[in-house]
Ligand binder design. Sequence first.
Ligand SMILES: [Zn+2]
Length: 278
Amino acid sequence: MPKFIRDGCRLRRIEAKGCVWWASHILLGLALVVNDALPVKAVSLSQVIPRRKIIVVDPGHGGHDLGAVGPSGLAEKVVTLSVAQKMQDILSGTYEVHLTRNDDYTVDIEHRTAQANHHRADIFVSIHAGGGFRHQARGVIVFYQSPCTGPGSKPSQQRRGPWEIREKPLPWDCIQEVHRAKSQALAKLVHRHLLGKVSPEDRGVREAPCLVLRGADMPATLIEIAHLSHPSEERELRKPEVVSAAAEAICEAIKEYFTSTLDSQQDEAYAPSALSTF
Ligand SMILES: [Zn+2]
């Protein structure tokens, strides 16, 4: 009897093992069939981990290019680098920030814009503290790119006969056209935050053909935080707390831009017919 029970047990154990083996393989097969039948939903890494917004800050001038020089000798290139580095300190915790130069060296204007495009920046801001020919010139001005009037943008230049008329692609020099509304909105935000931080004088938000903004494929603005050629504004820009206040003001504008609905709005659709007005 004990032997019979033991054999029986061994027999039952073997049967049980066999059942488990078959059950596991049947389940595995079913899982594979079901998995193949279900539509595969591709999930990219960016959907799992949202991409940090990228900001490229351009400290104007540098190296042999001093920019404007104040009555007591303060160079614009020094001020712009101080503001940009302060901005990087403030924004780096939340955003990915790149400077077009990190020290006192020359950078071509085209290379500054190219860096913004290379980093696929969400925003490009060029910092200046310019001068005027008149010593009375002073105040804050924020620029965005004026409508494109590049020589290659006139459709008539490509037409020799009706059979040759074709839609021209948007010239790269005119790429700011796509981001124009957002650039203007960003410029207005910067202007509102910056006003009164360095200079009490308001020179407004203006459109202008800015070489460094041309070819920037993202919302972009050029900021004159003050006029270094004016004696009182040069005195202000020598104060570290004023430089910090200017940097903080621009950063506040950028944060407001990203937290508002502006950033999520679609860029203006490019309409080839619009080229005929250039
Ligand atoms: Zn400048």
